[in-house]
Write a protein that binds this ligand. Structure first.
Ligand code: GLU
Length: 465
């Protein structure tokens, strides 16, 4: 079978939003899972709205998501001469024609059509005109679209979608200033780049009908079409900012790990049996167009968090620390000091399985990050009444001579709780407060073992009566 080539073709008019990230991911998974190529084309023909900052944001977003592309990034604008060349080839082949109609004439045509209750789709009088009658005046090049019959888009997601050709006018492929239209540029680029599969949002389904006509006119092989339903908000409505229609880098700043994000985005509109949590390698192996649903997927932050939590739990410690430090940087927070880094790394075993996001990991790992005197929240303060403080004093004395292993610490604390007739929770609460400044923390043993004897005793002494 021929090599699979997919592409992601964003317009650089803003950040890479979550829907774009998912489209890119689907294309990437499809190609990478089949030993194919994944290409990146920036559709920057709209000079007014395209900015280099947006291109940078898109590349950054893709990079954060871990979606690497093959070869150079293609600029659509840079290829405008090639697009114009194809328009002229169509002209030569008689599949396109010069149209000299002015805007006023087109408007007049539409008004008359409206008045007579006919279709307002423009029908140019130049379609079949003898070139000998052409005036020396500005013209556009229009495609000579078939007027009868139907255009069928054989879509891998939507099934066969039929368009009556009487609903499609002779679209302009080259403007009077010699610049190509977007609709022509997409087809020429996809053809020249060898794209075999066009996977994109279903807001482009109508465009596909017109684009297919260009393929046919040029005698080019039509790519496999897969138009995926857009993402909706949790309430089933069109995605807006309020729903989380944010740039993907915002998700990095919110502290979602990229692997979790890939997993969640893959499941957003695609499924593989009942599998919810999977690695990127599995997604590559399993991803197929037949698994894409026809109903719009809903963005669900609870599920995103759950998925991300599972991935934090699965991550290798070194990778986790690397990504955490990228998160701190991206969210404008100071980097960890060497001591914080060392303690947090040592504590990952008791934190990884519980944290859903990086901020959550940092909060749960607070005991590893704080330095003395430990700042306490109100609940922690309340756990340190005078009785508790005297208990901590007693504990500190006992800990001084203890050997610092879980096997020795556990019986020591249990025995002390029993002697004093305290439930273990009553003993643990002030220890949590003293060591982490919080009342919800990992187990007291884990904290003590991670920060070590000296630091434990020092923090406990800070709370002595
Ligand atoms: N540039 C288009 C967009 O950002 C995508 C075009 C395509 O995928 O064919 O919506």
């Amino acid at each position: 079978m021929a090599e699979i080539v997919t592409r992601f073709a964003p317009s650089p008019t803003g950040y890479l939003h979550i829907g774009g990230g998912r489209t890119a991911l689907f294309n990437w998974l499809y190609a990478r899972g089949r030993g194919g190529k994944f290409l990146l084309r920036i559709e920057d023909t709209d000079r007014e709205r395209s900015t280099p900052e947006a291109t940078d944001a898109i590349l950054k977003g893709l990079t954060w998501l871990g979606l690497d592309w093959d070869g150079e990034v293609v600029s659509q604008f840079d290829r405008k001469d090639r697009h114009a060349e194809v328009a002229r080839q169509m002209l030569d082949a008689g599949t396109a024609y010069k149209c000299f109609s002015t805007q006023d004439e087109i408007e007049a045509f539409r008004e008359a059509a409206r008045a007579e209750g006919r279709s307002t789709l423009f029908q140019s009088p130049w379609r079949d005109a003898d070139p000998a009658t052409h005036p020396d005046a500005p013209f556009v090049i229009r495609m000579k679209a078939p007027r009868d019959g139907q255009t069928v888009i054989a879509d891998e997601v939507q099934g066969d979608v039929t368009f009556g050709n009487d609903q499609l006018d002779d679209m302009v492929v080259l403007r009077s200033d010699g610049t190509p239209t977007y609709m022509l540029a997409v087809v020429v680029d996809d053809h020249d780049m060898g794209v075999t599969h066009v996977i994109r949002g279903d807001d482009h389904l109508n465009n596909a009908a017109r684009q297919q006509m260009v393929y046919d006119a040029m005698g080019w092989t039509v790519p496999v079409w897969a138009h995926i339903p857009l993402i909706h908000g949790a309430d089933g409505k069109k995605l807006s900012k309020r729903h989380g229609a944010l740039g993907v880098e915002e998700y990095q700043v919110m502290g979602y790990p990229a692997a979790g994000m890939r997993n969640y985005l893959a499941r957003l509109g695609w499924s593989h049996g009942d599998d919810e949590i999977f690695t990127t390698a599995q997604a590559m192996e399993w991803f197929d167009l037949s698994g894409i649903g026809r109903a719009p997927a809903r963005l669900d932050f609870k599920k995103l968090e759950h998925t991300c939590g599972q991935h934090i739990g699965m991550m290798d410690d070194a990778d986790l620390m690397r990504e955490l430090s990228a998160f701190l940087d991206a969210s404008g927070q100071p980097a960890l000091t060497p001591v914080q880094d060392e303690r947090l790394r040592a504590g990952l075993y008791c934190l990884k399985d519980r944290a859903k996001t990086f901020p959550d990991l940092l909060e749960k790992g607070r005991f590893a990050l704080v330095s003395r005197p430990v700042e306490r929240d109100d609940k922690a303060e309340a756990a340190l009444d005078s009785v508790s403080r005297s208990i901590l004093k007693d504990l500190t004395d006992r800990l001084r001579g203890a050997s610092w292993t879980r096997e020795d610490l556990e019986p020591l604390l249990t025995a002390m709780a029993e002697e004093r007739g305290l439930g273990f929770g009553k003993l643990a609460a002030p220890i949590r407060a003293a060591l982490a400044g919080r009342t919800a923390t990992p187990s007291v043993y884990d904290m003590m073992l991670v920060i070590g004897r000296d630091e434990t005793i020092a923090r406990l002494e800070d709370c002595a009566p």
